[in-house]
Design a binder for this molecule. Structure first.
Ligand code: MF3
Ligand code: CO
Ligand code: CO
Length: 331
């Protein structure tokens, strides 16, 4: 009896694995592979702009802030979140074949300081540029460089701004010109997966409800979930104590409370989510060379559930403006 049960179970599991492998085998590796380009000088920020504690040393120190924000901090976070969204929407207008990721860095940098804010990535743990740009098989933390975008690329732009003593963290994956159907499906479903995770957020829900919802959506669409990078508390610190896995982690049982602020930022893959780091020690790429997408919002837990903070002052988000809609994509 027991043996038979185990046998059935194994057969089922094998069949599933086999199906998944077939699915992945049908998905091409991204060609040509993304290679490191030339990284320009770090940009400078006028001395009139408030700098985060790591701006000169590169060292943010240990995370010490409370998980719950004060009303004054929340007010500031609404402004920082809106500004991050507006800078991201602004740079999105320039995404087209031929523009280099270094030029996108300049656009984000200039727009951020024009608004009186500091571009949070700049010198965070030594990061050399003002925004992260992650193309095709790059999962996250791509460093802007001399590579021009090509027709058919996808690119995640991850904008974080520091203003009034708090950070707002927001990212979107953009389509460059004419993009293949697998990649369009990946980008569309990654956005839906993020929103499915965010939908669970309310006082009394658990951190792992977020990852459970994201992982369920990813699996249903034969997409992988990156485990090595997670959402995080954010506020006066860029990365504060709360850890938000994008997969179901039984240990992530922290109960959410009104006033907690954090990001949800799943990275999903067309193939295996295994990764490696480039020699620059920042750029994370899929081992199998298949493509990956990411979206990110900063949010706060409210009595009613949650409020997205990375929303432009006119109510729009970068993802709503730029992400492909799943219904327009056949799967
Ligand atoms: N914005 C990224 C995040 O979502 C962090 C970038 S850290 C940097 O957490 F140093 F690479 F900028
Ligand atoms: Co983040
Ligand atoms: Co980010």
């Amino acid at each position: 009896m027991i043996e038979t049960d185990v046998g059935v179970c194994m057969a089922k599991r094998k069949r599933k694995r086999h199906l998944f492998a077939d699915h992945v085998a049908a998905i091409p590796v991204s060609e040509p592979p993304v290679r490191p380009g030339i990284v320009g000088l770090s940009r400078t920020v006028p001395s009139t702009i408030l700098r985060p504690p790591y701006a000169d040393s590169g060292d943010p120190g240990p995370a010490v802030s409370s998980l719950v924000r004060t009303p004054a901090e929340l007010d500031a976070m609404r402004r920082a979140g809106a500004m991050a969204a507006e800078v991201l929407i602004h740079v999105g207008q320039f995404v087209e074949p031929g523009i280099t990721t270094d030029r996108l860095d300049q656009i984000v940098h200039d727009e951020t300081i024009r608004r009186g804010a500091y571009p949070s990535p700049l010198n965070y743990r030594g990061f050399p540029k003002s925004v992260c740009t992650s193309v095709n098989e790059i999962i996250c933390h791509g460093i802007p460089d001399s590579r021009p975008l090509a027709d058919g690329d996808i690119i995640n732009i991850d904008v974080t701004v520091y203003v009034d003593g708090v950070h707002g963290d927001n990212s979107c994956t953009f389509l460059v010109g004419d993009v293949d159907e697998h990649s369009r499906r990946l980008v569309a479903e990654t956005y839906v997966a993020m929103m499915e995770g965010i939908r669970t957020v309310r006082p009394g829900s658990k951190v792992n409800d977020i990852g459970r919802a994201i992982e369920r959506h990813a699996r249903a669409h034969h997409l992988g979930v990156v485990k090595e990078f997670i959402g995080h508390g954010v506020g006066t610190e860029f990365h504060s104590d709360l850890q938000i896995p994008h997969y179901f982690d039984p240990r992530a049982r922290i109960v959410l409370e009104e006033g907690m602020t954090f990001t949800v930022e799943p990275m999903l893959t067309l193939g295996s989510p295994s990764l490696f780091l480039w020699n620059d020690e920042w750029t994370a790429a899929t081992q199998d060379g298949r493509r990956t997408a990411q979206f990110e919002h900063t949010l706060v837990v409210t009595p009613q559930g949650h409020e997205l903070l990375t929303v432009a002052s006119d109510g729009t988000t970068a993802a709503e403006l730029y992400a492909p809609k799943p219904e327009a994509v056949s799967s």
